[in-house]
Design a protein around this ligand. Structure first.
Ligand code: CP
Length: 324
């Protein structure tokens, strides 16, 4: 199983979507359905032995529900041993550096280290120095590559169903990303990923939450929600990251809700076939109304299910790539 495409993979790490070519992204997306099938087995064991005897370490310096559990489950479904670092009681609290901690973990023969850190670049500095495969699970406001991959996979599933085309890709698909673009590693990874796959991307939010020169990434920019939603296939809603904002970047939450919340009313500007996505966690009734979050157009829990399969594909490629 899962041999198709793997012969062409050469990377040790997954640090940023910016680094990947279109064919590398497609290799991951094309491998993932096999792992969806593993998770959906109704009889038999929901496991394959592709990482048997390997050690996957989850090392999260910031809170996480979806990404941490998804990587842990993905590793277990590949039959790996897993270790979750408890950062709150680790020697990082006594001043041990990231490098020193990882040298010690590697002395116990880790194969993959999944790291989330508030420092943009944390995954890269580890990947450049250490033999373990390093996967970036979110570094500051820089990138969250596996989130973008699972999102692209979910969009592709939707487009394939909609067009009844088994092999449809994201070329020409229109995606609007709404909200706090400036603080969002999810937005950056998604923009890189979607542009590489040929999609057309519009970003929309208050001007204070749109990074300067964001249009240089090849996106259309607007501060008008209605304009952003016209003709889209996907409405991608970002969380308002109150914890990252140093200063008040919009007058009030009430003002944000009035102008930018995706709800039954604002969604009327989008075509009927458009799906609603969100990386989670949701601030219910802030960036997304509860009725849309629970309604028929949302694919939010499909994103979560697909995340396990996409992460299985990533870990398989990184560890089982041809030796060269
Ligand atoms: N989407 C995402 O990164 O969610 P968590 O913060 O729960 O991992």
């Amino acid at each position: 199983m899962a041999e198709q495409g793997i012969r062409l993979w050469s990377r040790k790490d997954l640090v940023a979507i910016e680094d990947l070519s279109r064919s590398e992204i497609e290799m991951i997306l094309d491998l993932a359905p096999q792992f969806v099938a593993v998770s959906q087995r109704e009889s038999g064991i929901k496991k394959v032995p592709l990482l048997q005897g390997r050690l996957v370490v989850n090392w999260f310096f910031e809170p996480s529900t979806r990404t941490r559990t998804s990587f842990e489950l993905a590793a277990k479904r590949l039959s790996a041993d897993t270790l979750t670092m408890n950062v709150a009681v680790s020697s990082a609290k006594k001043g041990e550096t990231l490098h020193d901690t990882l040298y010690n973990i590697e002395a116990m023969h880790s194969d993959i280290v999944v790291i989330r850190h508030s420092y943009a670049g944390a995954a890269k500095i580890l990947a450049d120095r250490h033999p373990s495969s390093v996967i970036n699970a979110g570094d500051g406001a820089h990138e969250h590559p596996t989130q973008a991959l699972l999102d692209a996979f979910t969009m592709r599933q939707h487009i394939r169903r909609l067009r009844q085309e088994e092999n449809a890709g994201l070329d020409g698909v229109r995606v609007a990303i709404i909200g706090d673009i400036a603080h969002s590693r999810v937005a950056r990874s998604n923009i890189w990923c979607l542009k590489k796959l040929g999609a057309s991307v519009t970003v929309c939010g208050p001007s204070t939450l749109l990074p300067v020169e964001i249009e240089k990434m090849g996106v259309r920019v607007t501060t008008k929600l209605r304009e952003a939603l016209e003709d889209v296939d996907v409405v991608y809603v970002l969380r308002i990251q109150l914890e990252r904002q140093q200063k008040c970047l919009f007058p009030s939450l009430r003002e944000y809700v009035r102008l930018f919340r995706i709800d039954e009313e604002s969604l009327k500007a989008a075509p009927d076939h458009a799906i609603v996505m969100h990386p989670g966690p949701i601030n219910r009734d802030v960036e997304l109304s509860a009725s849309v979050a629970d309604g028929p157009r949302n694919v939010i829990l499909e994103q979560v299910s697909n995340g396990v399969a996409v992460r299985m594909a990533v870990m398989h490629l990184l560890v089982n790539k041809p030796q060269g």
